[in-house]
Design a protein around this ligand. Sequence first.
Ligand code: PBG
Length: 324
Amino acid sequence: MYPLNRNRRLRSKESLRNLVRESSIHPHDFIAPVFVIEGSNLKEEISSMPGYFRYSLDNLKKEIKELWSIGVQAILLFVKVPDSLKDNLGSEAINEQGLMQRAIKEIKNLVPEITIMTDVALDPYSKYGHDGIVKGMQILNDETNVVLSKMALSHAKSGADIVAPSDMMDGRVLSIRNTLEKNGFFNTGIMSYGAKYASSFYGPFRDALDSKPGFGDKKTYQMDSANRKEAINEAHADINEGADIIMIKPGIAYLDIVREIRDSTNTPLAVYQVSGEYSMLKAAAKLNWINHNEVMMEQLISIKRAGANMIASYFVKDAIKLIS
Ligand code: PBG
């Protein structure tokens, strides 16, 4: 009680604040999302994500080497698929010679030590821009799981360390886990998007991959942003089905969920600070309305404080530049 306790005492100088700080950001905390496109010598800036790029395979190599050299331990791969290869079943997703599969192999050869994570969902491959197979106006669940499992297996065969189902079908973690086990991929990890909300914060990402839903929205599979308890159920379901890491997404607006899940499980947690979060800060900083670096670090540390072990973020390079 005051004046016996003066909370300002431990804030009185920098060195003291450094001693009592409860959370920190280290380059090892990051997962770098990486966008890959067909072609050669391409490095295309994503218009709604200034400073973030899509790379053709040749240029991707340089980028991966750079990420590894600054201390990034893991990358999360996404591919942009030409319209001509999109269909309803996501057939291209399981093509052993597909862009994703080639990208995994190239990176595995180049930097075998880096952890390669891959997005598993049909949207970039779907002519409807949905994460699953479409029938009428519905997104089929169990039929989609069959394709997702084949997709995950083909990523594992190509050399992926961790597959990351981001589709929110029920039972997909179990289906992927069984498929991996049956085929001898005992050590391939699953980072499941355990609590993924139907969010408009994904807008810029859908520009990046040209993967906007062609009809409707994703609310019959992604979660309602009004719900909290449901997120805990989702996370526990995925853990019971064999997930190794649970991802929560988006980030900043959902930190209460991160804390709840952190307190209810010991499984490692990842938070995805998504495209809209990145673009909003870039835009506000461009207008000089906000201090980019300070707000970026404040957001990242808040994600750690909420209980995340790792953060997928488009700010990886900006942040590492600042902290090292
Ligand atoms: C695909 C997927 C999405 C994101 C990651 N994986 C988009 C979506 O679900 O519509 C969003 C990432 C971001 O916004 O940065 N299933």
